[in-house]
Design a binder for this molecule. Structure first.
Ligand SMILES: *Cc1c(COP(=O)(O)O)cnc(C)c1O
Length: 431
């Protein structure tokens, strides 16, 4: 058994002064029945915890680390920027260069505003959609996560309930009622809401490939149908690419699936591991944003020079090395094949969903196409699987409902090691 004494000690200390001992809930490992490990450092595909254990990392800081940890060019860019000071609250050249690069990589984005997190990006995007359309309601999809803004912490509730019910205390009921939930991959559920609430929908927001109920790809035609419906009904179509942006292609899921949204939200990779988010899209809509228009949105640290330097360094590498995506696809396919081989030899049939370098092994033998299907998964089996993988030095997201990520620094030998660990873990789950 690995020793995790120092992590245990830190977690004990942390719980005294930090809610649940962590600064973001899923880090607490609650759903996998153990205490979290504390990280000391990362390099490439690897993490080391404070007890000196080494792990192959498939969390990648929940998405940003597409090139792996402590990438020398990103570190260098941040160090260079830091010499000139850490924040000015005034325009800098790098913000302009960054906007130029992003609008080139993601052509649907003509104008972009930088913020500090994915949550800020989605909150601002729906405010903008509401301001632009003069309507209040939004449609989201059950199981899609768009950060912790009040309007998004809503699920449909079971059965016929259409009005949103807050998922968290503290969300005003009146606001929750403005959020309608549809079923992912089910265009008829969206059409029904649109016809039940005629001319009241400001925006439809979707994760084009879901990562936040585990990895769930869109069915053929689903995103196209959403796009058409939005155009027809004058609804703003927002693709939340906080996770998929720059991950599935240099231009995100919208490039992969050839869909042009009205607005896009970005985060994670865009900051190269520093806190950044952004929202952007059609010029006509973005002109509404203050100070060019009346929709107010601001940020003391928005466009922060260190964050811009890190993000720009990472995006520059991604835009210049398109072969990286081919490498990510090939390595991810290798891992998928290995896991499928293992399941075959052990005669288990769990559902493995993968799009590019995002994947989830769901402990259900039914296809997972929406949140209801994902929820059928046997989470106690997942927890046992997770613990066995961790013990074998493989660091997976500590929840059945989170996507795992590969980075370009995962080698074939890392993947072979992961496949061997996967076999052992699957065996131990069945015992
Ligand atoms: C992570 C995530 C967010 C929230 O971003 P934060 O930076 O954690 O606030 C929003 N949308 C999607 C799709 C995400 O994956």
């Amino acid at each position: 058994m690995k020793t995790t004494k120092k992590s245990e000690k830190l977690f004990h200390r942390a719980q005294k002064h930090i809610p649940g001992g962590v600064n973001s809930p899923v880090r607490a490992f609650k759903s996998v029945g153990i205490n979290p490990i504390f990280i000391q450092r990362g390099k490439g595909a690897y993490l080391w915890d404070v007890d000196g254990n080494k792990y192959i990392d498939y969390v990648g800081s929940w998405g940003p680390m597409i090139l792996g940890h402590a990438h020398p060019e990103i570190l260098k860019a941040v160090q260079q920027a830091m010499k000139c000071g850490t924040s000015f609250g005034a325009p800098t050249e790098l913000e302009v260069t960054m906007a130029e690069l992003i609008t080139k990589m993601v052509p649907s984005i003509e104008v972009i505003r930088m913020v500090n997190s994915g949550t800020e990006a989605t909150m601002s995007a729906i405010r903008l959609a509401r301001a632009y359309t003069g309507k209040d309601k939004i449609i989201k999809f059950e199981g899609c996560y768009h950060g912790h803004g009040d309007s998004f912490l809503i699920k449909a509730g079971s059965g016929a309930a259409t009005f949103g019910v807050p998922d968290s205390p503290g969300v005003p009921k009146a606001l929750a009622a403005e959020t309608l939930n549809a079923r992912y991959n089910d265009i008829s559920s969206v059409r029904k809401l649109v016809s039940d609430f005629p001319s009241q929908i400001a925006a439809i927001i979707v994760e084009p490939v879901v990562g936040n109920m585990g990895c769930v790809p869109p069915k053929a035609g689903f995103l196209e149908n959403l796009r058409e419906l939005c155009t027809e009904q004058k609804i703003i179509f927002i693709m939340d690419e906080v996770m998929t942006g720059f991950r599935l292609a240099p231009g995100g899921a919208q490039e992969l699936y050839h869909i042009t949204p009205d607005l896009t939200t970005l985060g994670k990779i865009i900051g190269g591991g520093l806190p950044v988010g952004a929202y952007g899209g059609k010029k006509e809509i973005m002109q509404m944003v203050s100070p060019s228009g009346p929709m107010y949105q601001a940020g003391t640290l928005s466009g922060n020079p260190l964050a811009m330097a890190a993000g720009f360094a990472l995006l520059s590498i991604l835009s210049k090395n398109k072969s990286l995506y081919k490498i990510l696809e090939n390595r991810s396919a290798l891992l998928e094949d290995g896991i499928r081989e293992n399941m075959k030899s052990l005669n288990v049939r769990w559902t493995l969903n993968r799009v590019g370098s995002m994947f989830t092994l769901f402990f259900t033998d039914k296809p997972v196409t929406d949140f209801d299907a994902a929820k059928i998964s046997d989470t106690s089996k997942f927890a046992a699987y997770f613990r066995s993988m961790l013990e074998q030095g493989i660091y997976l997201p500590p929840s059945q409902f989170e996507a795992a990520f590969l980075s370009a620094s995962h080698t074939e030998s890392d993947i072979e090691k992961t496949i061997r660990a996967n076999k052992k873990a699957l065996e131990s789950v069945e015992k």
